[in-house]
Design a protein. Sequence first.
Length: 294
Amino acid sequence: MAVPQQTRREAVHTKIDYFDDPGVPLVPMVIGGPEKPKRQPKIAAPVTIRNVRGREGDFTLDKQGFQYVKHKSKFTSFDDAELVKREHYPELEVMLREALENTKGLPKPSSIHMMTHIQRYSPVEGEAPKGPAGPLYGVHVDQSFSAAEGVAQRWLGDRAEELLQKPRYMIINIWRPVQTITRDPLAVCDAQSVPDSDLVFVPVQFPDHKTEAVEVRPPSSADTQHRWYFMDGQTPEDVLLFKQVDSCTAPGVPRRTPHCAFKDTGLAEGEGEPRQSIEIRAFVFFDQVSSDEA
């Protein structure tokens, strides 16, 4: 699908919500209980989010922590969760394997395990929510490094212990629009531009398990700025892959990718179609840390 000419912009100047560090120990964020989750304190900070359209090849999982892949899906019934698992997961597993095998520096995956998915819908004023999850505007990473083992144990069961002994593993988010994005686009941050000192590890309590997520402070120094990117007019064929966790600790390898939705200042209030997107999470294991070509 062609992107309308008027959407081809170099960048968007807007604000995004970073973690507002209270300077005291954090209490666990409770999700899935009887009460609405209490989010961590946020502070809006001005950012420039640059458009990758036309230079998608400049960004890869092992350089910035994310990359875009062209993929035309045969699947259309995204509201049927069981059908998504039965038919869309295998399609995406093939796509992900091919993308990883063609990414310079990455070894070929030994196994890929599709875990779960979330559909997100932008809220529409005056209408009941179409789904339980809307765009998240706070900068975050879904799992911390230490939480990855728990994720494997919950989703991979008896196979987890053996698989976690592999030389390298990743949790990868496969994010695609259900229809072309005209509101609440997703921004991803070059992982190399975010030092570990800007990360805050937050305990999270679900009804059946505990885990740990990652919040992100605004840049800690005026000399270091986080580098943000998005794809203007992202279509369902523009699939975004980004790392939640990478076990590789080699220098220069991005291990996590901060991301968030943002308000497009190029739109008037209420303009644009409500966003519909789906994200599938995959656990990927490798028999090598890097490819022979690295």
